[in-house]
Write a protein that binds this ligand. Structure first.
Ligand code: GLN
Length: 243
């Protein structure tokens, strides 16, 4: 079968920022892109490396506060490029530690301030108490399930849309019922799991937009069987809502 087009997928900082299986998001995106009939080139972006010319989809994962500090200098170097890509509608999924760095700032529990990119209008402060456990959200992509483990407590600025509403778990801060943030086609979320394999609707939303960016044409989906992913999600949701 001839390819429907080539999608350049960038994984930001796979060594420093990829915990609790977040690498699975990159693998899921690459595999689904192929099954939809497109070619994919996965670029691992490490501190000091150059971003590809035409990134169509970006993924960034979670990490310890120390991992976040290690990527700060490089993130400052590519900040303008990332802001431009986001404003141009390039889809991105940023999890936990990278979600925090896509916000305005992350103030660690020790009081150190890590400046963020300001792509998402959120601010995060570290706490002594960690928020850990399963999460169920209501989102525009239907029910989304995942796992959170963060000490950072995130607050959305007025007008900043959340990614979802919490039905079970803590989300951004454990008190206002919001989880994550969405702006342009950038999704920030605390959910590991990894989030994408078990929530294929969200994965395909990102891929559809990436295909448009990469080819200039509407997404032409393949016929994918998500029975197992759907069963896994429904079971986790049932268990978490019953707890
Ligand atoms: N260090 C951040 C926090 O604990 C991010 C954690 C993570 O990425 N899982 O809030």
């Amino acid at each position: 079968m001839t390819s429907k087009g080539l999608i350049d997928l960038v994984h930001l900082y796979p060594r420093e920022m990829s915990i609790y299986g977040d690498l699975g998001n990159t693998r899921c995106l690459a595999q689904r892109i192929r099954r939809h009939g497109y070619d994919v080139h996965v670029h691992d972006h490490h501190p000091g490396s150059t971003l590809p010319d035409t990134p169509a989809l970006l993924m960034g994962g979670g990490g310890q506060d120390s991992g976040q500090s290690r990527v700060e200098d490089d993130l400052a170097m590519i900040a303008d490029r990332l802001r431009g890509l986001a404003a141009d509608g390039v889809p991105m999924i940023m999890i936990c530690g990278m979600y925090q760095l896509f916000g305005n700032a992350f103030i660690t529990v020790d009081g150190a301030e890590l400046p963020g990119l300001g792509i998402l209008d959120v601010t995060t402060r570290g706490n002594e108490k960690r928020m850990i456990g399963g999460v169920v959200l209501e989102t525009e992509f239907g029910e989304v399930v995942g796992f959170e483990n963060h000490s950072g407590s995130t607050v959305l600025a007025t007008g900043q849309a959340p990614f979802g509403r919490v039905r079970s778990g803590n989300g951004n801060n454990g008190s206002d019922g919001t989880e994550g943030a969405v702006r342009h086609h950038v999704v920030g979320s605390y959910l590991h799991g990894p989030i994408l394999p078990v929530n294929p609707r969200l994965a395909d939303h990102l891929i559809a937009r990436a295909a448009e960016v990469a080819t200039g044409r509407a997404f032409e989906p393949g016929d994918l069987d998500d029975t197992l992913a759907d069963q896994a999600r429904v079971r986790q949701v049932r268990r978490l809502l019953a707890a």
